[in-house]
Each structure stands twice: as structure tokens, then as C-alpha cells.
Ligand binder design. Structure first.
Ligand SMILES: C[S@@+](CC[C@H](N)C(=O)[O-])C[C@H]1O[C@@H](n2cnc3c(N)ncnc32)[C@H](O)[C@@H]1O
Length: 176
């Protein structure tokens, strides 16, 4: 019998290697929502959640730990969120093949207050291998926003994640 960890690994392999269209991506996470929960409890209380999978948001709603739950596929289009309204934005595992791309950075920066922090955690493997991110493409897109004074890099690092099975990359920017 497969362990839940190996099942999760298999599902992630599927979504990162087979699923490419936004609708398929949403369907995939909708079906997985009930059992997918890698969130850490950090003690913050004033949190909104955003995801393209309504089922994932439904599961989050039942935990009663978030205020607004916003269902939207994020790309370069304007999200229905006011400008400068968040102190911070955290994206964990959103930069995965077929998921988010650097075209969302302007929207991230728009909705976070000047001086607020944006944390982006992704697998180092995708930075190295996924064509739209690889060959420093994703990092160059971040640097472009640094050069145009949209945000400032506070920290860039790596850590072992996913129960030590993946090398994770973390980028922390301050909105200017
Ligand atoms: C690998 S899961 C990570 C979930 C969660 N952040 C965690 O770490 O446990 C990726 C999530 O991103 C969502 N997602 C993927 N692409 C998206 C997009 N373009 N806009 C909004 N959500 C997206 C999926 O629905 C899924 O819930």
C-alpha cells in the first residue's frame, strides 16, 4: 500500500509533468483538496487565502482560520483586490510547471503595501529545469522589477522542504 507521502509525490509528479491547461490544473487540485494540507500554523490571525481551486478554498473555509477566500486563476490580469491592501503575501508551491509565471509579479506588488513583504517559495528543481523559469529566466524577471524599483530583494536562500525530500528556494522581497 502506498503511503500518503508517496501518493502526494506521485500526484505532484503528475501535475508537474502532465497537467498544462489552467482548467485541468484547477480540476486536479479540486479533486485533491480534501487531503492536501501542507500548511504550517504560524499563529497569524488576519489572513486571506487565494487559490484557483474552489474545493481547496472550501476545505480552508472549514478550518475557519482565514477571512476572505478568493478563487481566481492568477496571471497577468488584474485581480479584484484593492491596491496596497496587504502587509505581506506568501506563495508556497505556486511556481510549479503550468502554474504561476512571472507575469503575476506586477499584481503581487500592486496589492501589497509599500514596505510590505512578498515571500515566494518554490522547488529549486523548477528553477533549474522548467523552461519558463530556468536559465535564470525567473530570477532575471525578479531582477527586472528590482531595477525598475518595484521591489527590493531582502533575502534569497535554500532549505530542505517536503520532509527533506526537495531542495526549496525562497525569495523575499520588500515592496517599494
Ligand atoms: C502545489 S499546490 C501548493 C498549495 C499550498 N500553497 C501549499 O503549499 O500547501 C499549488 C496550488 O496552487 C494553485 N494554483 C496553481 N496555479 C494557480 C494560479 N495560476 N492561480 C491561482 N492558484 C493557482 C493550485 O490550485 C494549488 O492549490
Amino acid at each position: 500500500m502506498m503511503t500518503s507521502q508517496s501518493q502526494a509525490k506521485e500526484k505532484l509528479h503528475h501535475v508537474t509533468s502532465v497537467v498544462t491547461e489552467p482548467e485541468d490544473n484547477v480540476k486536479f487540485y479540486d479533486e485533491w483538496a480534501e487531503t492536501f494540507d501542507e500548511l504550517s500554523k504560524l499563529g497569524y490571525r488576519n489572513i486571506d487565502g487565494l487559490d484557483a481551486s474552489q474545493k481547496s478554498l472550501d476545505v480552508a473555509a472549514r478550518k475557519d482560520i482565514m477571512n476572505e477566500l478568493i478563487c481566481v486563476w492568477v496571471d497577468d490580469k488584474t485581480i479584484k483586490i484593492a491596491s496596497d491592501c496587504y502587509d505581506g503575501l506568501i506563495c508556497v508551491g505556486g511556481f510549479v510547471p503550468g502554474h504561476l509565471h512571472s507575469d503575476c509579479f506586477d499584481e503581487w506588488i500592486r496589492i501589497v503595501k509599500p514596505g510590505g513583504v512578498i515571500v515566494n517559495v518554490l522547488r529549486q528543481q523548477w528553477l533549474d529545469e522548467y523552461e519558463p523559469y530556468a536559465n535564470n529566466q525567473l530570477e532575471d524577471d525578479m531582477k527586472q522589477k528590482e531595477r525598475s524599483m518595484k521591489w527590493e530583494l531582502i533575502q534569497r536562500g535554500n532549505f530542505d522542504g517536503g520532509d527533506q525530500q526537495w531542495k526549496m528556494a525562497v525569495f523575499i522581497h520588500k515592496v517599494l
